[in-house]
Design a protein around this ligand. Structure first.
Ligand code: BG6
Ligand code: MG
Length: 212
């Protein structure tokens, strides 16, 4: 039996721009200059660590209480974008890949750092295609720690060598490799050179070949 574990942000949906808009709003309020290039460092990283990076950029020291308020504020702004999402936001080829994997008897899991993952799967209408969802609410150690993928594999009853992980972040590729799973990078081959294979997107992947 084969298991297929999908990261969410940057693999299934392109939410980086929404995260950026919401973090940028907060950064401006705090007087921190925050660019699209800085936003690259936030990909695959937890909400708490993302805030720390922004505070470091502005040399700001803050109490835990302040950080909590700011994270909540950013998430409320981010949710305004998420609440407007629908099936159109699925990245090209994702839906067809999920359907082929399912039709061939593969087990499908989500392995994401996001605490908003379930809402996004509902909004885009693909929740029924998932056999398990492991997200930022279920794990205590962030990628590159393999915890999220190990838990996802356990929930679909697949052994690590039988699992394929689709990831767009360097930290996520490392997590998959440490877990002993086949890492497939979605994005730039140079950035994701630690992955077993890298594709620009799902339309370029021969999905049935995973079953040969
Ligand atoms: C990851 C994103 O999937 O989830 C990060 O790549 C994000 O950019 C992280 O910070 C946490 O997301 P959320 O939705 O819980 O704030
Ligand atoms: Mg990602």
């Amino acid at each position: 039996m084969k298991g297929f574990i999908f990261d969410l942000d940057g693999v299934i949906v392109d939410t980086a721009g929404y995260h950026f808009q919401a973090w940028k709003k907060l950064a401006e309020e705090l007087g921190v200059s925050f660019t699209l290039e800085d936003n690259e460092r936030l990909k695959g990283v937890s909400r708490a660590r993302s805030l720390e990076i922004i505070l470091e950029l502005g040399n700001i020291r803050a109490s835990e209480a302040e950080k909590k308020v700011w994270m909540q504020q950013k998430n409320e702004d981010y949710l305004e974008y998420v609440n407007r999402m629908d099936r159109q936001e699925l990245l090209p080829g994702v839906l067809s890949a999920l359907q082929i994997l399912k039709d061939r008897g593969g087990k499908i899991a989500l392995g994401s750092a996001s605490k908003n993952a379930r809402l996004i799967l509902e909004k885009t209408g693909i929740m029924p295609l998932f056999d398990a969802v492991v997200d930022g609410n279920d794990v205590s150690r962030a990628k590159p720690d393999p915890e999220v993928f190990v838990l996802a594999a356990a929930q679909i009853g697949a052994e690590a060598p039988d699992c394929v992980v689709f990831e767009d972040s360097v930290a996520g590729i490392r997590a998959a490799n440490v877990a002993g799973m086949t890492s497939i990078g979605i994005g730039d081959a140079g950035t994701l050179h630690e992955a077993r294979r890298v594709y620009p997107g799902f339309t370029e992947i021969d999905i049935p070949a995973f079953f040969e």
